[in-house]
Ligand binder design. Structure first.
Ligand SMILES: Nc1ncnc2c1ncn2[C@@H]1O[C@H](COP(=O)(O)OP(=O)(O)OP(=O)(O)O)[C@@H](O)[C@H]1O
Ligand SMILES: [Mg+2]
Length: 371
């Protein structure tokens, strides 16, 4: 077994073989400076039916984003055009994941990223100076510390801007001129200070609708982006599949030799689905918790339980432990959510236990941990 040097390798490292094979076999039309065609980018994100034969090997391209294929296609086309792409939506709907996959496929790197926070300044978006060099040599290119936006323009690659709406609106607005004119001016460099973006440059922003509102973006900036809303998964089977895929990959990366349990994934997926939708498969009305019931949370509740089974238990998923982790995830926002979760167990899970028996009854018994 090889020992990974990074805890979480970037997308382009994790899927290096898939990306190499797709590039090598790509014969379709490609926008200037893209590493692969829009068709190949699509295949990378949505998977291929048949494995690719390349370099004497069969390489399967796994479906990485499950849900809305048309959304992925629109995102790719937006990036080939002149407007930026803004992915907005509830937390944990794979906005970051999608933007990393797009950047890795199109530009070969997902790491050219600005992380938006309340403390993001204009320097971090445009450029800053290495003061030692600035004092020694004056304002020359060598003394300039380029931002990810600068690097994107200079090299013709994508710049990701994570959580853009957490940045103060007037700072966000420093993107406007770059996005409309595709030029960045560094007045200190005099005549050489005009940086014209190379083809291939574009910006992918992500914004979370639960954080400080997307509405706080200026309308001038909004007009420079095509907005795509990434919706939570609406289908239990799909959500179960996402949990299984993600957990399997996490386990592999961290060398946890344990197979995920499909039935437990189904129980968890349906719990998340029903609490999010406010209605059960048996028709009960459910009081929805205020906490975000995202697929990403479901993945982490499952994985947490799996780790406990692996390190403390007998490598079998324990429903009591699952419920304890669920409590941790749901209780984040306020105490009333726990009451709602208890109500859900007393009605929905009790009835499912009565009807289906088996794991559902054990799940109902595990309600004793809802404290
Ligand atoms: N439709 C989906 N397809 C595949 N994985 C999904 C999907 N929805 C959620 N996930 C899972 O959830 C995780 C989403 O995490 P990600 O950080 O990308 O979400 P996000 O939308 O950026 O959330 P936040 O707004 O909190 O930043 C993925 O890594 C994946 O495990
Ligand atoms: Mg994110």
């Amino acid at each position: 077994m090889d020992v990974r040097s990074e805890l979480k390798p970037p997308v382009e490292v994790r899927y290096r073989e898939e990306l190499e094979a797709l590039r090598a076999l790509d014969t379709d039309r490609k926008p200037l400076n893209w590493k692969m065609s829009p068709k190949a980018v699509r295949t990378f994100i949505l998977g291929s039916r048949e494995p690719l034969s390349w370099n004497g090997k069969e390489i399967s391209i796994r479906k990485k984003y499950l849900g809305n294929d048309a959304l992925v296609e629109r995102c790719i086309i937006t990036l080939a055009g002149s407007r930026g792409l803004m992915l907005v939506g509830e937390p944990g709907t794979a906005k970051t994941m999608l933007s990393e996959l797009l950047a890795a496929a199109i530009s070969g790197t997902s790491m050219n990223t600005i992380q938006g926070t309340a403390g993001t300044t204009e320097d971090m978006i445009k450029y800053s100076w290495n003061y030692a060099l600035l004092l020694a040599k004056g304002p020359v290119r060598e003394a300039l510390v380029p931002s990810p936006l600068y690097v994107g323009m200079e090299q013709g690659i994508l710049t990701r801007f994570e959580e853009i709406t957490r940045t103060p609106a007037e700072i966000q607005d420093s993107l406007i001129s770059v996005l409309s004119d595709k030029v960045l001016n560094v007045p200190e460099l005099g005549e050489e200070g005009l940086l014209f973006a190379r083809p291939g440059f574009n910006v992918i922003g992500t914004a979370n609708t639960r954080d400080k509102g997307v509405n706080e973006m200026s309308s001038a900036l909004k007009r420079r982006f095509n907005f795509e809303t990434v919706m939570p998964v609406r289908d239990v089977t799909l959500e179960k599949q996402i949990i299984l895929n993600e957990v399997e990959e996490l386990a592999q990366e961290n060398q946890i030799a344990m197979e995920p349990d499909e039935d437990v994934a189904e129980i968890l997926a349906s719990t998340y689905h029903e609490l999010r939708e406010g209605v059960s498969s048996l028709g009960h009305r459910i009081d929805r918790p205020a906490a975000v019931m995202s697929t990403a949370e479901a993945v982490s509740v499952y994985y947490q339980t799996m780790l406990t089974a692996y390190y403390y238990g007998d490598s079998r998923m324990d429903l009591g432990c699952l419920v304890q982790n669920l409590v941790g995830a749901v209780q984040k926002e306020n105490g009333e959510d726990l009451e709602k979760l208890r109500g859900y167990f007393q009605t929905v899970i009790r009835d499912k236990g009565g009807k289906e028996g088996g794991l559902w009854s054990s799940y109902y018994e595990a309600r004793k941990y809802l404290r």
